[in-house]
Design a protein around this ligand. Structure first.
Ligand code: GLC
Length: 481
């Protein structure tokens, strides 16, 4: 099958979050399936363009029409395919290559990614790569299914399009005038793109694509409710017949405690007792906490954003430290009030709390390995990847049972049996603390039970093999319709 995957980020080239990880692993997993030919297209950001390690060549220069605009685009190919995936970049100094700063957050983001979506379709058409299936992701590539249906059937008469929602919070809103000024779609698409007088690109994608997927099964059900849908519940309800959830995997080749070059000691499910003890001691030293093997080390690697459930942790932190013997380690950057809170807390409890307000992938790996308990009380979580990383490294998760956390962390009982971690159902601080205390009690009172739970976490299959097969089944389903 010929597959084209379009996204605004993909590791190792450019990544701001989980989408970037998925766009590294999913294309590779699909390309390992016999008979597939996979193409990945990303924007040619300055950071990629300037990186001499990536040898590229210009395949085709062309012009993209965006409303009244005529913008140069170059389809650039990475000379060596990566893991069987042919990687292309869309070159445009105006929108990507000429800008120094972050991937997102520019005043003209809506226009930048409308351009990207159209440039991908033009690029595929110009090089004569007619995919059976296009898979596109989040609001940044949300214009693809609508353009495909409205303006590109001449080039792709039979191509089917899957639209995957990684996070419904960011929808690609623009003012109403954007429809004529930038999108340049036929007038009959005005209703498709309109939401309360503004343009909403994600809404358009949900309506015009062949299938909608989300990154976990539970999240696909949650999206029916206003609490989770950020205003799109009605649109989702209208698309219910074509909506499915496929829970992400993780890259088990990269996230492997046996080979991870970031770790001071290596281990697997059979040797984790010694291996994790060494990693824990080294981690405590690295972050300036006393090296106490017996004290449980609670860890969190996260963007410091409200929906990650930090308010629950902030509310409980002092109570937790007063009532339990434990250490707490947080890594991440984000909203100033949380950065401030954790800095203050670590100043107040220098021997028990360490806050690393930074972005550091190596330290993140050492935290997955050296921690005992991983906290992820997210208010909502489309899938979440770090709870799976933590489990793969033998760190027991305590999570809010929502979205992908519900799907990947079945609840264990007080003996640590029957599940993979500790969960709480309703989003409140007391329930979170209670779940955490149950986990700490197991750690303290039944070390062997805790070890058994770690073993089970480490031996789960979090690879992309099964999810990739599910994507294939949906691709086939689209092609039959
Ligand atoms: C987004 C979601 C996260 C998910 C990731 C990859 O970042 O917030 O839950 O794991 O996309 O699909």
């Amino acid at each position: 099958m010929k597959i084209a995957i379009l996204a605004s980020e993909g590791a190792p080239y450019c990544k701001s979050g989980g989408l970037g990880d998925v766009m590294e692993a999913l294309p590779s997993a699909l390309s390992r399936i016999a008979g597939n030919q996979v193409v990945l297209i990303l924007p040619y950001y300055k950071k990629i363009k300037d990186n001499l390690a990536y040898e590229t060549e210009l395949v085709i220069p062309y012009e993209v029409h965006l409303g009244w605009r005529r913008q140069y685009a170059g389809l650039v190919r990475l000379k060596t395919p990566r893991d069987g995936v042919q990687v292309y970049f869309i070159d445009s100094d105006y929108y990507f290559g000429g800008r120094d700063c972050a991937i997102y957050g520019h005043g003209d983001d809506a226009e930048r990614f409308a351009f990207f979506s159209k440039a991908c379709l033009d690029g595929l058409a110009h090089m004569g790569y007619i995919p059976d299936v296009i898979q596109c992701n989040d609001w940044q590539t949300a214009m693809v299914p609508t353009y495909l249906q409205a303006q590109y059937r001449w080039a792709f008469p039979n191509t089917r399009c899957m639209y995957t929602i990684h996070n419904i919070e960011y929808q690609g809103w623009a003012h109403g005038g954007f429809f004529d000024d930038v999108l340049g779609l036929p007038w009959e698409y005005r209703g498709t793109m309109d939401m309360n007088g503004s343009v909403n690109m994600m809404k358009g994608a949900i309506e015009t694509c062949d299938l909608v997927t989300t990154v976990s099964e539970s999240y696909s059900r949650e999206l029916m409710y206003p609490y989770y849908a950020h205003g799109l519940d009605g649109v989702i309800a209208g698309a219910a017949g074509k909506l499915t959830g496929i829970t992400n995997g993780i890259d088990v080749g990269t996230f492997n405690p046996e080979t991870d070059p970031n770790l001071p000691a290596h281990y697997n499910a059979e040797t984790f007792r010694e291996g994790k003890a060494l990693c824990k001691a080294a981690l405590q030293q690295e972050v300036g906490l006393p090296q106490k093997p017996e004290v449980p080390l609670l860890v969190m690697v996260t963007r410091l954003a409200g929906h990650k459930g930090l308010d629950l942790l902030c509310y409980n932190a002092r109570k937790l430290l007063a009532e339990e013997s434990c250490q707490l380690l947080i890594l991440g950057t984000g909203e100033p009030q949380f950065e401030h809170f954790f800095r203050e807390l670590s100043a107040e409890y220098p021997d028990r709390v360490a806050a690393k307000i930074t972005f550091n992938l190596g330290l993140a790996a050492r935290i997955y390995a050296g921690g005992d308990i991983y906290l992820m009380p997210s208010k909502s979580e489309p899938c979440g990847l770090s709870q799976m990383n933590a489990m793969r490294y033998g760190t027991v998760p305590v999570v809010h049972a929502t979205g992908g956390l519900r799907d990947t962390v079945p609840p264990a009982d007080d003996k640590g049996l029957g599940g993979l971690g500790f969960t709480f159902q309703s989003y409140n601080a007391d329930d979170f603390l209670y779940a955490l205390k149950r986990c700490l009690a197991l750690y303290r009172e039944d070390p062997e039970g805790f070890r058994q739970l770690q073993y089970r976490d480490m031996t789960q299959d979090f690879s992309w093999d099964k999810p990739a097969q599910k994507y294939m089944a949906l691709f086939h389903k689209m092609l039959c319709n």
